[in-house]
Design a protein around this ligand. Structure first.
Ligand code: PMP
Length: 408
């Protein structure tokens, strides 16, 4: 593919020209939330200026416009994921809500002693909803261990899967802390052979890869709009249609019903059964615009640009005495967690911010993973395709300075 013109691409993201603490912004917190191109801002603005109304209400033209844009965005997501039908694409508030919908939906398939397998590197969003369901049903959570490099320990995985009581595999596609890309195809194939329901947390994967849910053959795949250069408040639950038909909804209300009476209420058809209340229409439109925006670049060119950033970061690690990287998997997206001798992660974050550099510090909503590495938290730089090699170098120059001034 053709190499990306990063200078031009950066002009699509107005916020990247901001200054922070008198310095040009260096935004390396894309794993927490990515920035938005003008295409997304304009699509939402245009929607509000010309087409806003409630959806699926029919009686007037604006209602039709809003519905067309809203359902058009759903089709964009369907195509992005290669789902069979828009019936399999449910709008949620984000990854967290999507996993809660799935956990609640699968709860009635669980009995006491059934096992839910989750990996040690899951985000809390892919742990806590399962614990709540375990509490309700008597099911138990079984962790899948990782290796020191931050990869799935496949013998632990096989061991967990060998249990007759294993029912659900809930696993991330990409670790938000380590950047590890999980060998999903292999793990999902094994889980399917054992008859488990499979739930994939794609929150950190979709900014880097375009998942094909038919090729993966997972039952559920979820992600958030805001990490995919779209707005907050919108996310996606892909669910296999036969399962979604059988699952109860998490929330009741308007829109998700077919007929309501005091004696008995029946559910609407998919996907609306899982979409109680007025949906985030502008946000759905914005997410559709983000996916369209990304679609102009070949995935290969995006990956090449991102891997160059990661490689440069890896090369510069040794220029900062006392810095060590946590998570050294062979297959990674451009995310780097690290610690520095003599410095608390939050101090690293504050000192970098003074130089205009935004990273994230803390436990990253992955406390079981922090426990594994025996750290209270890490400093994490997470890159997007619009970051430059120059920004990677600025990060490491700033870390060298911090190390000289503050570390023991
Ligand atoms: N899973 C992973 C892997 C994540 O990185 C995040 C966001 N940090 C979430 C789930 C939760 O996403 P959201 O807060 O958008 O619901």
């Amino acid at each position: 593919g053709k190499a990306l013109d990063i200078t031009r691409i950066r002009q699509d993201f107005p916020i990247l020209s901001e200054t922070v603490n008198g310095k040009p912004l260096v935004y390396l917190d894309n794993g927490a939330s990515a920035q938005k191109p003008t295409a997304v801002l304009d699509a939402m603005d245009h929607y509000f200026r010309t087409s806003h109304s409630n959806v699926h209400r029919g009686a007037h033209t604006l209602g039709d416009r809003a519905t067309t844009l809203f359902e058009g965005a759903r089709e964009t997501v369907r195509s992005f994921l290669n789902a069979r039908s828009t019936n399999e694409v449910i709008w949620t508030r984000g990854t967290t809500e999507a996993i809660n919908v799935v956990a609640n939906g699968l709860a009635e398939t669980l009995s006491e002693g059934d096992e839910i397998l989750v990996s040690r590197m899951e985000h809390h969003a892919n742990i806590v909803p399962w614990q709540m369901i375990a509490e309700r049903t008597g099911a138990v959570i079984r962790p899948i261990e990782i290796t020191p490099a931050g990869e799935i320990d496949e013998s632990s995985f096989d061991g967990r899967l060998a249990s007759d009581r294993a029912r659900i595999l809930a696993i991330t596609h990409v670790s938000n802390v380590l950047g590890t890309v999980v060998p999903l195809e292999r793990l999902l194939t094994k889980a399917r052979e054992r008859g488990l329901y499979t739930v994939v947390d794609g929150a950190q994967a979709v900014p880097h890869y375009q998942p094909d849910v038919q090729a993966l053959a997972c039952d559920f795949y979820v992600f958030s709009g805001h990490k995919l250069f779209g707005p907050t408040g919108i996310g996606v639950l892909y669910g296999r249609e036969t399962l979604m038909e059988a699952m109860p909804p998490l929330q009741g209300g308007g829109e998700m019903i077919e007929r309501v009476s005091f004696e008995k209420t029946t559910w609407n058809t998919l996907p609306y059964k899982f979409e109680a209340g007025t949906p985030p229409v502008a946000e759905a439109v914005g997410l559709g615009a983000a996916i369209d925006y990304l679609g102009q670049f070949s995935r290969e060119s995006l990956e090449t640009a991102e891997q160059a950033l990661l490689q440069r970061a890896n090369e510069l690690v040794e220029t900062v005495p006392g810095l060590s990287v946590i998570g050294t998997a062979t297959h990674k997206v451009p995310v780097m967690s690290f610690k520095m001798e003599g410095l608390h992660p939050s101090d690293i974050g504050t000192l970098l911010d003074q130089q205009g550099i935004a990273i994230r510090t803390g436990h990253h909503c992955a406390m079981p993973l922090m426990d594994y590495y025996g750290v209270p938290g890490t400093a994490r730089a997470s890159f997007a395709f619009y970051n430059t090699l120059d920004e990677v170098e600025q990060l490491f120059q700033a870390l060298q300075k911090i190390q000289r001034l503050f570390a023991e």
